[in-house]
Ligand binder design. Structure first.
Ligand SMILES: Nc1nc2c(ncn2[C@@H]2O[C@H](COP(=O)(O)OP(=O)(O)O)[C@@H](O)[C@H]2O)c(=O)[nH]1
Ligand SMILES: [Mg+2]
Length: 387
């Protein structure tokens, strides 16, 4: 690089000299106004000091012009450094400052070009940053929108967080549905051998047993037997006995573990034995342990926990945890007809980490029991479909 300093009256003069001496490839590195001559600055003349440079490989001649100071290598490096600093500082000043500079200074074309370039770059950067922050704001507001939509259908906070994570910022309707689907599990239970239903009082265990019995015996023509360990509520026993009588299937009431053995033995020719249990308080560990003894006595692992979708979220969590000791394998969700929002389905599955086998949708025996597909369940949860 060859650097030269020119003291000239105006930029035109500088340009002509630079072009002539350093050639067309020369670039202006810096320019500043200076005063020269006079005493104590009085009567001094105004000049411009222009530093220009050209790549070493470029040819140039006529070193010995009076107005030209050929500078040493050291000076060249200094000038170059200064020029670079100036350029960097320029890039750092705000667009507003640049506008002011524009207004107050008559800028030399080359310098104006580089200022314009910087302004242009800054404008682009500003647009980029604004664009990015708009995108972010859009993402956040969509996030909030989805959150309130999921909240409105009674999906709990824990599941909402999980769903939002699974969405990976893709709030497309199809993706939301896909994520809901991925957070639901369903299963088919083995409809042979011994099936036990457990769960709190009043959720619909006895009614569900009657529905299943009707479905298996009347529709699937299976040989069905019914056992109940519902020893506390005589009415509940009578309820199931009535269904058994109507369907013409064997029925046993069991009070002791020994009676459980005898009842199962007496129904050894049945394809399916459905065992109804007394609703126990999941808060009472003693009662749960008693129930567990009866359930274990049946020797089956085909155990369903019955939960009503109308139950408060906090209570659902307590029930799911309280009954864990009974090793239930799947869930039956009841009373879908008694609610208008179905977020509890996803909450129940999330708490239990177990799949749903059946849904019940009313009091009619045996009709109001269903298996639902993932597609149907997610549509119901999102309010796009009815049960
Ligand atoms: N609306 C509605 N009511 C149901 C459903 N399943 C059961 N029930 C009613 O819930 C009440 C309690 O049912 P029950 O089978 O005795 O519950 P259990 O104590 O768990 O055996 C009864 O009045 C049933 O008719 C259902 O799917 N929808
Ligand atoms: Mg009952």
């Amino acid at each position: 690089m060859i650097i030269k300093k020119y003291i000239v009256k105006d930029m035109n003069e500088a340009l002509n000299k630079i072009k002539m001496e350093l050639g067309h490839d020369a670039v202006i590195i810096s320019s500043r106004k200076i005063k020269k001559g006079g005493i104590f600055g009085l009567f001094s003349q105004k000049y411009i000091e222009v530093t220009a440079g050209v790549d070493k490989s470029q040819k140039y001649d006529d070193y010995n012009n009076d107005d030209v100071n050929s500078v040493s290598m050291e000076e060249s490096i200094k000038a170059l450094k200064k020029a670079m600093e100036k350029h960097t500082n320029k890039a750092l000043v705000s667009e507003k400052d640049n506008t002011n500079i524009k207004k107050t200074e008559k800028i030399y074309d080359g310098e104006k070009d580089s200022k314009d370039e910087i302004l242009e770059e800054m404008k682009e950067m500003k647009e980029l940053i604004t664009g990015l922050s708009n995108e972010k704001a859009k993402g956040e507001s969509l996030n909030d929108k989805i959150k309130s939509k999921l909240k409105a259908v009674d999906i709990n906070d824990r599941c909402i967080e999980k769903i939002l994570l699974d969405l990976h910022g893709n709030f497309d309707d199809n993706n939301i549905k896909e994520v809901i689907k991925n957070n639901i599990n369903i299963c088919d239970i083995d409809e042979s051998g011994i099936i036990v239903l457990v769960g709190p009082t009043g959720v619909g265990k006895t009614t569900t047993i009657a529905k299943l019995a009707g479905r298996f015996s009347l529709i699937e023509k299976k040989k069905v037997g019914l056992i109940t360990v519902d020893t506390y509520r005589i009415g509940a026993v009578e309820q199931l006995r009535t269904y058994a009588d109507i369907m013409g299937i064997p029925f046993s009431v069991v009070i002791t573990l020994k009676e459980m053995d005898e009842a199962i033995k007496s129904m050894s020719d049945c394809d399916v034995i459905l065992v109804d249990t007394t609703g126990r308080s999941s808060k009472n560990e003693m009662q749960i342990s008693q129930l567990r003894a009866f359930v274990e006595r049946t020797g089956t692992n085909n155990i369903s926990l019955v939960v009503s979708c109308t139950t408060k979220d906090k209570d659902i969590e307590a029930i799911i945890n309280g009954y864990k000791k009974l090793n239930y394998k799947n869930i039956i969700i009841t009373k879908l007809d008694e609610t208008t929002t179905y977020g509890s389905i996803i909450n129940i599955i999330n708490y239990a980490g177990k799949p749903v086998s059946y849904f019940t949708t009313g009091q009619n025996v045996p009709d109001d029991i269903k298996k639902l597909s993932l597609e149907k369940i997610s549509s119901i949860i999102l309010g796009e479909d009815n049960i």
